[in-house]
Design a protein around this ligand. Structure first.
Ligand code: AMP
Ligand code: MG
Length: 326
């Protein structure tokens, strides 16, 4: 069975093709990058509908398939930015009708988790999902992916990007902040906010800006920003492992590319005799392959979505989904 998955929650329009044998045959994408400032939702959507057909054709070519080989369509139904989500939903509905195949609206966050379970050895992990739009500690319990901890304000990736913008670094700022942080030497005091299992990042952005305006070196501010932000995430993750008595952690989302975050995770896990896994970068960023693979899992275990149930849900949480495939 071949499922074609469509991703369009934010900056990336992606089309992936997965098989029921767990093979990824294609993972094509086109990413919108703003000329200045952050992601403009309307412009991201314009990018998506300009690129959609191209990316779709590239994915088929890459997989060596024709439209007639596609058995099901899945798409990211949420969470995300409504204008971007709508492009993917309309494209998916049209394609499913044209090819006369079943359609599955799937949860983007769960796509991130399931592709991690597919591409690493993690089986039943605590997931640290850190991206531009979300920061959550998630794990499977009682038939659902429960959110055990999450940001109380903005996502860690968004915090990095906002702060980077103040330094004149174009979007997305995370990689450049990481580079500068490697040259930092002094740990400056900043706010450290963990409340129970939740965390918060907006105060950190304000403080980093203040320290920078007061003359602290860019490298030290970047270094201190990373140390504080990532320690908060690791603390909440550690508490989740302890409470749930799980022995695996899966790191995913765009911020999973960060070497320092990976290092802190490895240290914490080794102290707890747990295994740390990081999703390969190609599948950690938003991508169509993760949606295609989740589509396969859902197609094998539940009925397709009638068209009237394929309206986007910008705030759809992973814990609202009944997990039928585990
Ligand atoms: P996503 O929303 O999952 O596509 O991830 C995008 C986010 O990942 C943006 O906020 C980036 O700044 C961030 N990001 C990408 N690479 C790195 C890195 N090496 N270190 C920290 N953040 C990163
Ligand atoms: Mg994402």
């Amino acid at each position: 069975m071949h499922c074609l998955g469509i991703e369009s929650t934010a900056h990336t329009f992606g089309v992936g093709i997965a098989t029921s044998d767990g093979e990824i045959l294609a993972n094509e994408k086109s990413m919108y990058t703003p000329e200045e400032g952050g992601i403009h939702p309307r412009k991201a959507a314009e990018h998506h509908y300009t690129e959609a057909l191209n990316v779709y054709k590239k994915a088929l070519a890459k997989a060596g398939l024709t439209p007639a080989d596609i058995d099901a369509i899945s798409f990211s139904q949420g969470p995300g930015m409504p204008p971007s989500l709508d492009v993917g939903a309309v494209f998916a509905r049209s394609l499913a009708q044209k090819l006369d195949v079943p359609l599955y609206g799937v949860n983007h966050v769960i796509g991130h988790i399931e592709v991690g379970r597919l591409t690493t050895e993690a089986d039943d992990p605590v997931v640290l999902f850190v991206s531009g739009g979300n920061s959550q500690v998630i794990s499977y319990a009682g038939g659902k992916y429960r959110v055990f901890g999450e940001t109380l304000d903005i996502a860690v990736g968004n915090a990095l990007d906002k702060f980077a913008r103040k330094l004149g670094i174009p979007h997305p700022g995370g990689p450049k902040v990481e580079e500068l942080a490697e040259q930092g030497t002094e740990l400056l005091e900043m706010s450290y906010t963990v409340k129970g299992m939740d965390f918060s990042f907006s105060g950190l952005v304000t403080e980093a800006e203040r320290l920078y305006n007061q003359g602290a070196s860019t490298e030290d501010v970047c270094f201190s920003f990373q140390e504080h932000a990532y320690a908060m995430l690791i603390e909440a993750t550690e508490r989740a492992i302890a409470h749930l008595e799980k022995d695996e952690v899966l790191l995913t989302g765009g911020v999973a590319a960060n070497t320092r975050l990976q290092e802190m995770l490895t240290t914490m896990c080794s102290e707890r005799d747990a295994d740390a896994y990081t999703v390969p970068f190609e599948y950690a960023m938003d991508n169509g392959a993760m949606i295609a693979w989740l589509g396969i899992e859902e197609a094998q275990t539940r009925d397709p979505d009638p068209l009237e149930n394929t309206v986007i849900d910008a705030n759809w949480r992973p814990d609202q989904v009944d997990v039928t495939w585990r």
